[in-house]
Design a protein around this ligand. Structure first.
Ligand SMILES: *Cc1c(COP(=O)(O)O)cnc(C)c1O
Length: 229
């Protein structure tokens, strides 16, 4: 086995163990491979190991990789901060955007998504633990945003995305409660199925609290070297 295969296998084992402890089915937790800073060859190797969905944070880096790996059947997720003037590329090139936290961003993504494409999957990012300098809408805005964004034609609003401060475990259960409580605001509640939370350092706690998609970088690819960007 290649070293990336070994790392992926060990993360999948960890997911399985966490699911067993939480009495959840392993099929209910998706592994998103967060590949920012890592070169395309590493993504290709991870793809060969069986990984299909990849998350990127930086638009230009992501666009280069999408181009270089266009022969593979990758599901691309954008998990970085969404800038208003960059929505067109996101609408065109990605299957999912996790960092939506304002109506205007969602409106732009919907109008820029081609009708020939499948609707763009969206997670609403919430600042669940009230951090200061942080992306994400306020908890009090969530139900209005769910109602409004779920009506946009070229989007599928799938759920919530949170990045709590390290060691703030209770934020995960707060997110789960919020996720369940706003479902009835959704214009198509059957689309509301994704709770994107948990990273390398806290995936067990996130799965325990009900995460359906963990975003894992370091545990899959090793440490990141930002100097090479
Ligand atoms: C980088 C990043 C991750 C992955 O973090 P690791 O600790 O390396 O697993 C997950 N989510 C977001 C939003 C990120 O920016």
């Amino acid at each position: 086995m290649s070293s990336l295969q070994v790392l992926r296998h060990s993360v999948l084992e960890q997911i399985k163990h966490a699911c067993d402890l939480a009495h959840r089915s392993v099929d209910d937790v998706q592994l998103l491979a967060v590949s920012k800073t890592h070169p395309s060859e590493m993504l290709r190797e991870m793809y060969t190991a069986g990984q299909r969905s990849f998350g990127e944070n930086y638009l230009q880096e992501a666009l280069n990789k999408i181009d270089e790996l266009s022969d593979l059947n990758i599901e691309w997720h954008f998990i970085g901060h969404v800038q208003r003037n960059k929505t067109k590329h996101l609408a065109e090139k990605f299957a999912w955007v996790h960092g939506v936290d304002r109506l205007i961003i969602a409106e732009r993504l919907s109008s820029q998504r081609e009708t020939s494409q499948a609707p763009l999957n969206i997670c609403l990012q919430v600042n669940i633990d009230h951090q200061d300098s942080k992306d994400g809408c306020m908890v009090t805005e969530v139900s209005d945003l769910v109602r409004q964004i779920s009506q946009l034609p070229q989007l599928r609003l799938r759920g919530l995305m949170v990045i709590p401060a390290p060691n703030n475990i209770s934020a995960f259960s707060d997110a789960r409660i919020l996720f369940e409580s706003v479902k009835l605001e959704h214009a198509h509640p059957e689309d509301w199925d994704t709770l994107s939370m948990g990273m390398s350092g806290d995936m067990n706690e996130a799965i325990q609290a009900g995460s359906t998609m963990i975003r894992i970088g370091t545990a899959l690819f090793g440490a990141r070297d930002y100097s090479k960007l």
